[in-house]
Design a protein around this ligand. Structure first.
Ligand SMILES: Cc1ncc(C[n+]2csc(CCOP(=O)(O)OP(=O)(O)O)c2C)c(N)n1
Ligand code: SF4
Ligand SMILES: [Mg+2]
Length: 311
């Protein structure tokens, strides 16, 4: 479709779409929005590898797939291994991989499929140095199977196996910092991103495309169904996660840290602003909120220190 010039001038994202409408995600799904952005950045010359997760259902089966790109459905724990194999097979056939004109091999896996069951395959992919991009879309629980906690679920959250209330317990462990494990491999490029800041996300996708070797992006992707949040609040929640420093946006590139958001010059917003819009946090006591707030601020201070020393 031809875009009128006056609209073209105002566009901050590519106009073209490779993610069809009419898919099966819930209203306000951050995962589907994230995948749409990935295909805006990389276009059709992409092989997307998706393990068992909500995105399997959203992407759908050939020939009815919602992706206008190549799609490889795979087993839950195998994303890192499959993107390694696809990349190696393309190279063995003399096909250029990654870079501006190469085929993009993209792993698109959930937090359960990355932080838990897929961690070993992810580690192998990074350690062997394959030319592919691994994107973990983080909705902070196993959503596709009915909202069970993962190691990326935050302290104080309700899930169906941490149900809260008078007789049950809530999630009592803090969110696993998967990106720290990734960085421990001394990966060439790793970053966090958010559905609320698409220009920043696309810039990072492009950087991952240009950087030789493995790249990793952890995308904060709200899930109104699992978070018990209004469907029209997903972007606001993704923004608040950044503004409260609960999910700061930063990059790790060739050993250097750079914080993108929030500002390091002023205090982040209180965590309550992020919590109060979500039913999953309704069982938290005042002490629980304080515990989470202290953890968020301690992690934020740690990140600022890393950016100061290794910036
Ligand atoms: C080996 C194996 N164990 C369990 C499952 C069942 N299963 C399918 S999707 C899923 C949840 C995926 O969670 P996550 O990776 O966070 O993605 P989300 O559903 O949240 O998008 C589970 C447990 C499976 N398919 N294979
Ligand atoms: S359950 Fe959550 S992640 Fe899954 S499709 Fe619905 S909104 Fe998206
Ligand atoms: Mg998940």
């Amino acid at each position: 479709m031809e875009v009128p010039d006056e609209i073209k001038k105002r566009l901050t994202l590519p106009f073209e779409e490779h993610f069809y409408a009419g898919h099966t995600a819930c209203q306000g799904c951050g995962a589907s929005l994230g995948l749409r952005y990935v295909l805006k950045a990389y276009g059709r010359k992409t092989i997307v590898v998706i393990p068992a997760c909500c995105s399997t259902i959203i992407a759908g089966a050939w020939p009815y797939s919602t992706l206008d790109a190549n799609l490889f459905h795979t087993a839950f724990e195998t994303t890192g291994a499959v993107i390694s194999g696809v990349e190696a097979a393309l190279k063995a056939r003399g096909i250029k991989v990654k870079g501006e004109d190469g085929v993009m091999v993209v792993g698109w896996a959930g937090d359960g499929g990355t932080a838990d069951i897929g961690l070993q395959a992810l580690s192998g992919f990074i350690e062997r140095g394959h030319d592919a991009v691994y994107i973990m879309y983080d909705n902070e629980a196993y959503m596709n199977t009915g909202i069970q906690r993962s190691s990326s679920t935050p302290y104080g959250a309700w899930t169906t196996n941490t149900p809260g209330g008078k007789r049950h317990f809530l999630e009592r462990r803090h969110k696993k910092k998967v990106i720290d494990i990734v960085i421990a491999h001394r990966i060439p490029y790793a970053a966090t991103a958010s559905d609320a800041y698409p220009e920043d996300f696309l810039r990072k996708l492009k950087k991952a495309q240009k950087t030789p070797g493995p790249s990793f992006i952890q995308l904060f992707a709200p899930c109104p169904t699992g978070w018990r949040s209004p469907t029209d609040k997903s972007i606001e929640l993704a923004r608040l996660a950044v503004q409260t420093a609960y999910f700061p946006l930063f990059e790790y590139e060739n050993g250097r840290y750079r914080i993108n958001m929030p500002s390091t010059k002023k205090d982040p917003k209180p965590i309550e602003e992020f919590l109060k819009l979500q039913g999953r946090f309704k069982y938290m006591t005042k002490e629980d909120v304080e515990t989470l707030q202290s953890w968020v601020l301690a992690e934020w201070e740690r990140l600022k220190k890393l950016a100061e020393v290794f910036g």
